[in-house]
Design a protein around this ligand. Structure first.
Ligand code: IPE
Ligand code: IPE
Ligand code: MG
Length: 244
């Protein structure tokens, strides 16, 4: 199905864009700066991406902020990342809410600091009824854990006699994922030149258009986003069927 042209003749934007925001460390290294400086600039790119997506009419934006594997980094870097996350969450709440953006989180929040867990709940309560765009932040997120967790809960329900194994299909399974009520990403962007998913939305990206760009995340601005969207519009999504 082709999107209907909007007023300014541009085709409608992808409904859901997901971004693997990568390359902060390399951005800093290229400038002889500590990795922290790259993460700091990365947070500015987050602001810009959220604002641009809202202005372009994207309905869902999912950002990979911290993976379940990122705990493997030196403790000092993990602390820096959590510190920046705290600053970002505290600073942006009012503006996100004013812009009518609903903010949600996926990932295992139990390992995060109590004050951050508290902030996440406050976001969900404060912004829960906003409708202009949904921002999904993946924090301590790992797709394999998410899938295993869904399997375990389904298995428990079968064990308890609440479900029959034969009723499990892809639709039911997806409803046990943390993204249950979020449409799958249409466009998945990864910055920094790496071409892998790094445990991000493995189930949900089954038919996403993947766009890999060399730009490092701190350099990724409105123009880069529009270029990625243009690339998306040049793709022919067939979903296994024939052309047309
Ligand atoms: C992305 O930038 C930020 C996170 C993964 C949290 P990196 O920190 O991975 O930057 P590179 O890949 O080392 O350049
Ligand atoms: C993926 O980036 C995770 C986030 C962007 C949060 P990484 O930098 O952690 O991925 P790898 O290690 O290069 O696969
Ligand atoms: Mg990286």
């Amino acid at each position: 199905m082709h999107p209907a042209p909007s007023n300014n003749q541009r085709p409608a934007p992808p409904r859901h864009i997901a971004i693997i925001m990568d390359g902060n460390g390399r951005w800093a290294k290229a400038r002889g700066l500590p990795r922290f400086a790259g993460h700091q600039r990365g947070a500015d790119s987050v602001r810009e991406a959220v604002q641009s997506c809202r202005e372009l009419g994207v309905s869902y934006l999912t950002l990979y902020a911290f993976s379940s594997e990122n705990w493997k980094r030196p403790a000092s870097e993990v602390d820096d990342l959590m510190g920046l996350l705290r600053v970002y969450l505290r600073r942006e709440m009012d503006e996100l809410h004013r812009n009518d953006i609903r903010v949600r989180f996926i990932g295992d929040r139990s390992r995060l600091a109590p004050d951050i867990i508290d902030l996440l709940s406050r976001y969900e309560i404060t912004t829960g009824k906003n409708t202009s765009m949904t921002l999904v932040v993946a924090l301590n997120y790992g797709s394999q854990n998410e899938i295993v967790d869904a399997c375990r809960r389904l298995a428990e329900e079968v064990e308890a006699g609440k479900r029959r194994a034969s009723e499990i299909d892809a639709t039911l399974f997806a409803s046990y994922l943390q993204t249950a009520d979020i449409p799958d990403p249409d466009l998945l962007i990864r910055t920094s030149g790496e071409q892998r998913l790094s445990n991000f939305l493995l189930w949900q990206s089954a038919y996403s258009e993947l766009v890999f760009v060399n730009t490092l995340w701190p350099d990724f601005g409105r123009k880069s986003l529009e270029d990625a969207i243009d690339e998306f519009h040049r793709r022919d999504r067939r979903y296994g069927a024939t052309e047309g």
